[in-house]
Ligand binder design. Structure first.
Ligand SMILES: Cc1cc2nc3c(=O)[nH]c(=O)nc-3n(C[C@H](O)[C@H](O)[C@H](O)COP(=O)(O)OP(=O)(O)OC[C@H]3O[C@@H](n4cnc5c(N)ncnc54)[C@H](O)[C@@H]3O)c2cc1C
Length: 411
């Protein structure tokens, strides 16, 4: 039987971030971590694996710095200097901005950084593997879970057992660990699919992100290094299926209609992927000897690019709760640690999920009255509309009591 202080199920973005926070080069009281994934995470940094890029907010960047991984990520990060929000009709000659956020709204700094997920996976995996306290077991699915008394235990499909004081479930939206613990979820599917790809363009984007709210959902053009942009193109799921099945020329034609001509000639510069979109929150973030983080705890619409940022907040709160307990000689999987973690994360998660869901509903609709309300609501509020305030608070990480890692301090 393999033993560790903490087992982490899932070695994708949140599982790796948790391993680095709990036992990476900057951890003050590193614990012994065993991280398990059915997939091989060295493959996650290939550009064919995920295709997504993530908007990393200011507070997440501070945390990645505190974890010692930002330097490697920064080589591939594009500062988001400007954000334009528009709901102009497709084919409109101009796309007037409903809302604009510039560097002046963020004290002269970029509001966020765009990073392709492959580089996030690569940097986090390197940092995890560089730690003498982290072991990685891959290519084997966890098939069974036991929670308590006193320990969490898992058995893989190849019959290997492991036990620890705590199991951190970073095993994604379908989270087998969450299901094994009998934790239900609230939520709904949006009947929307996010088509993701990368586009190269003739003219520079100058760090400008565009969120174009179309009736089927948002079409986001997000700046990447070297005259490239990442697209998150939301469509009703049936239509997305049709678009995904098009050949390259047909796909580019559909894309070009939505993209507009402002960046000159465009070409496809990455694989296409389709992600069904939903909102889902676990009814509890903890159970005996179990803590849920990332998509295992909450899935939100990518409209505001906050999903992984929310996961990092889980990691920061959990790492601090565990570190405080360990300093006092307490068990990292004790009820006290789990209660602190759950209390810390519940309100912030609910607020972000509700705000994100509201935005999705308000903007995924071509109803004339709603269109007018959108224009009135956002313009009447002048330069600080509800949306702007929401984005700015999220970007600065000002919601709730901020864990130390998000303030840039090690734990
Ligand atoms: C279109 C789109 C755009 C997005 N854009 C942004 C953005 O701009 N900014 C942002 O912050 N967020 C964004 N997100 C959200 C973000 O990508 C996710 O929140 C994040 O990737 C979730 O990571 P995770 O590690 O929690 O889960 P996952 O990536 O789902 O990883 C789960 C891991 O668990 C493993 N696993 C599962 N079951 C088992 C088992 N039984 N045994 C062993 N291993 C197991 C899997 O193999 C997998 O590696 C976006 C999401 C979408 C869909």
């Amino acid at each position: 039987m393999d033993k560790a202080d903490i087992l982490i199920a899932g070695a994708a973005l949140n599982g790796l971030a948790a391993a680095v926070a709990l036992a990476g080069p900057k951890a003050r009281t590193p614990l012994d971590i065993l991280i398990l994934d059915q997939a091989d995470p060295t493959k996650f940094s290939r550009d064919t694996f995920d295709g997504r890029a993530s908007a990393i907010t200011a507070s997440s960047r501070r945390m990645l710095e505190a974890l010692g991984v930002w330097e490697a990520i920064a080589l591939h990060a594009e500062p988001m200097r400007d954000i334009i929000v528009t709901d102009a009709k497709l084919g409109a000659e101009t796309r007037p901005a409903l809302l604009h956020f510039g560097e002046e709204d963020h004290g002269g700094a970029a509001s966020a950084f765009m990073v392709e997920n492959r580089h996030l996976y690569g940097a986090l995996l390197d940092a995890a593997l560089a730690s003498p306290h982290v072991r990685l077991k891959t290519g084997t699915r966890i098939a069974s879970y036991t929670f308590g008394p006193g320990l969490a235990r898992v058995t893989t499909e190849t019959g290997e057992d492991a036990k620890a004081s705590l199991l951190v479930a970073a095993d994604g939206r379908a989270s087998p660990a969450r299901k094994a613990a009998g934790i239900a979820t609230y939520g709904w599917a949006y009947d929307q699919t996010g088509i993701v790809t990368t586009v190269a363009h003739e003219r520079p984007h100058h760090g400008r992100a565009e969120e174009h709210f179309l009736p089927s959902g948002p079409f986001a053009i997000l700046p990447l290094p070297q005259n490239r942009s990442s697209l998150v193109w939301t469509e009703r799921s049936g239509e997305a299926q049709r678009i995904m099945a098009l050949d390259d020329a047909g796909f580019l034609a559909e894309l070009s209609r939505r993209f507009g001509g402002h960046l000159g000639e465009i070409s496809i510069a990455g694989p296409r992927h389709a992600y069904p979109l939903s909102m889902q929150i676990a009814q509890s973030f903890t159970a005996e000897r179990l803590a849920l983080i990332g998509d295992a705890a909450h899935v939100i619409h990518p409209i505001a690019g906050l999903g992984f940022n929310l996961g990092l907040r889980d990691v920061a709160a959990l790492a601090e709760s565990v570190a405080e307990a360990v300093k006092l000689g307490l068990d990292p999987g004790s009820d006290a640690v789990l209660e602190t973690y759950a209390r810390w994360r519940r309100f912030d998660t609910a607020m972000t999920a509700v705000a994100t869901d509201g935005l999705t509903r308000l903007f995924s609709n071509d109803n004339t009255a709603l269109r007018a309300i959108r224009g009135m609501g956002l313009r009447a509020a002048g330069s600080l509309g509800a949306l702007k305030g929401f984005f700015m608070r999220e970007a600065a990480g000002e919601t709730g009591r901020l864990p130390k890692l998000l303030q840039g301090e090690a734990v």
